[in-house]
Design a protein around this ligand. Structure first.
Ligand code: 3PG
Ligand code: MG
Length: 399
């Protein structure tokens, strides 16, 4: 790999120079209050930002938040993120109320050496995510004006071929930030020669989202443990009835094939917590996986499954975990995710927590982050990396 890094940029000297940093500050917000519920992604980019400000750069940070539809939408404003970023950096962050307009230009122009600006949500501009190269390129041209150099530290977005991730890199001298480097370094050990046994735990709601990574991992892993909403399609493929649980009928045959292809490798729940409704106060019981009542839906894996998964994790030397085991946001259905997370943390293996929901679960459940080897900031990005796909954001840095 011929990627130039932040250290290369610092060695050139950045004092008084304008540096554009793409970060992934797409943090979860509380639906009612709009408050940031997990600032892990903001913290993760601090080493890169501090190195730049410490060296006297004029730093302009850009990011997306949520999925607005190419036009300003106040519920997706990055302003609360600017405030939080300022608190964490210990210095105010100048906030531009647009992305490439008058506010952005004057905010960037007003930066003193060592100061930081954050632009408003990139996805308020249709050019950011456009499939049309020219439209994306035109937006990238406007963004590129804000830097003499470009640093990509948005690992969570490197799988997106978006203007700020892909096209800007072609317009400016480009460098990988500390977070991007660390993520790639860790994940490459998993695609290289991981120490065995190598056990992967997958959860989350949809098989269809995870199919490609299951296909890629199945030949390499020693054990694949499956929980979360996606386990019900696998249970159905085993011939079990799953009541009103989440089910992807069109994936049942695929799941059956996967299990036949690697006999004994895939471990499924033997018991589940089944509830009357998708609600924290719904009536619920632990039932056998082959005895889910027809009117109930599974919202978590059961205690016997947790014990079985923990036993499988105990002797592992390498573990990758992506996706919660149940609806951990609701206390009655958080035990599975907590139990499996604790088993992973206590395993003695080199452990990698992949991305968005599982990383948020670790922090929401109050688990000690330092008991995991690496907590990735990329959900989709880490999965696509493990699939062996070329990631546009990484490819752009290599050129
Ligand atoms: C994420 O949270 O998955 C990343 O920030 C990318 O966001 P996206 O899935 O909306 O592109
Ligand atoms: Mg995503």
């Amino acid at each position: 790999m011929s990627i130039r890094t932040l250290d290369d940029l610092l060695a050139e000297g950045v004092s008084g120079r304008r540096v554009l940093v793409r970060a992934d500050l797409n943090v979860p917000l509380d639906k009612q209050s709009g408050a940031i519920t997990d600032d892990g992604r903001i913290r993760a980019v601090l080493p890169t930002l501090s190195a730049l400000t410490g060296a006297g750069a004029k730093v302009t940070v850009c990011s997306h938040l949520g999925r607005p539809k190419g036009a300003p939408d106040p519920q997706f404003s990055l302003r609360p993120v600017a405030d939080r970023l300022g608190e964490l950096l210990g210095a105010p962050v100048h906030f531009a109320t647009d992305t490439v307009g008058e506010s952005a230009r004057s905010t960037v122009d007003g930066l003193a050496d060592g100061e930081v600006a954050l632009l408003e949500n990139l996805r308020f501009n249709a050019g950011e995510t456009s499939k049309d190269e020219a439209e994306r390129g035109a937006f990238a041209d406007q963004l590129a004006v804000f830097g003499e150099a470009y640093v990509d530290d948005a690992f969570g977005a490197v799988h997106r071929k978006h203007a700020s991730v892909y096209d800007v890199a072609a317009r400016l001298p480009h460098f990988a930030g500390r977070l991007v480097l660390r993520e790639v370094e860790v994940l490459s050990t998993l695609t290289g020669e991981p120490e065995r046994p190598y056990v992967v735990v997958l959860g989350g709601s949809k098989v269809s989202d995870k199919l490609a990574v299951i296909e890629a991992l199945l030949p390499t892993v020693d054990r694949l443990l499956i929980g979360g909403g996606m386990c019900f399609t696998f249970l159905k493929a085993q011939g079990l009835e799953v009541g009103t649980s989440l089910l992807e009928e069109e994936m049942v045959e695929t799941c059956r094939n996967l299990m036949e292809r690697a006999p004994g490798k895939i471990m499924l729940p033997v018991d589940v917590v089944a509830a009357d409704a998708f609600a924290p106060d719904a009536a619920h019981d632990t039932v056998r996986a082959d005895g889910i009542p027809s009117h109930r839906l599974g919202l978590d894996i059961g205690p016997e499954t947790v014990a079985g998964f923990a036993a499988a994790l105990k002797g592992a030397r390498t573990i990758f975990w992506n996706g919660p085991m149940g609806v951990f946001e609701m206390a009655p259905f958080a035990h599975g995710t907590r139990g499996v997370a604790e088993a992973i943390a206590g395993s003695g293996a080199f452990t990698v927590v992949g991305g968005g929901d599982s990383a948020a679960a670790v922090r929401a459940l109050g688990l000690d982050e330092s008991s995991f080897g690496h907590i990735s900031t990329g959900g989709g990005a880490s999965l696509e990396y493990l699939e062996g796909k070329a990631l546009p954001g990484i490819a752009a840095l290599e050129n």
